[in-house]
Design a protein around this ligand. Sequence first.
Ligand code: UDP
Length: 327
Amino acid sequence: MAKCLVTGGAGFIGSHLTELLLSQGHVVVVLDNLSTGRAHNLDAVKHNSRLEIRNGSITDPVALSEAVHGVDMIFHLAAAVGVKLVADDPVRTIETNIYPTDHLLRLAVQGSVKKFFLASTSEVYGKHPGESWVEDDDLHLGPTSRPRWAYGCSKAIDEFLALAYHKKFGLGVTVGRFFNVVGPRQVGNYGMVVPRFVEAALRGGPVIVYDDGSQVRCFAHVREITQCIAKLMATDSAEGRVFNIGSDQPVSILELARSVIAKTNPNVEVQFVPYAQAYSEDFEDVQRRVPNVNRLYETIGQKPVTTLNEILDDIIAWKREVLQSQS
Ligand code: UDP
């Protein structure tokens, strides 16, 4: 049993991770300022005596150092996330994603924290032209005049920092690059495609596909992602390394739209919208994003395998319940 700090623990991935850590018998401290996280994400566990919820920002040095007190493991998930949010406010992205990570790493070393998980993102690969992406591949970030790349760039700096703290101070750092994590509790407000499609279809449509929908992604269930994180943190050979964490089953965005429609309401229409209208004139998308997860599988003997079909069924059932409880 360890005492774990989960920054961003009221968020979509953070709340699922908090539940998993509690189910494994750990004590969990959540630090979240509820900017994109939601208090009700923790409803199922909020009365657990091993859970402490702190309402505070990682950008507040006092809140951060208080939260780290007596902690054995840190799971650093708090960040400005979502392509839309990040493109709308690049200053906030950089301030939230870089300085607090540096501060937290320093506090971890000072407080003799044993393990540190840094949540990173497939965005660090940028516009990588390859079929599937390997952890040690070069990064292909776009120009600084296009705000989207501020997110991947800020997370790449976090990775440099975390790996440097491992090398210099022996901190037990593991970096996980998430690839399109989806599941119950994810909301569409920050641009994420699956909750947007499901919600639009359940409300009668249309489902809005940007550009021609030929963009390719791999969607992984949040339940499997949190299992991979917990296993990595329990595996010594994962220390000081970077891991892709995601599904390696590609699907185009148009196929995704068609699957969602087939499962919800076949009368719903697809509407194609150009990027310039959806985001802004200077928006750039990533055409194909598929991880190579061999390193993950070789290290923990597990990789996300839930099919898109099963994932969509789970999300649609959850969303139906939410909509029913609101009506
Ligand atoms: N997308 C879309 N309609 C939406 C939201 C997103 O067609 O309402 C597309 C988006 O252009 C991208 C893909 O879906 O190609 C995945 O978008 P998301 O923001 O979920 O994640 P990303 O992989 O871009 O980080």
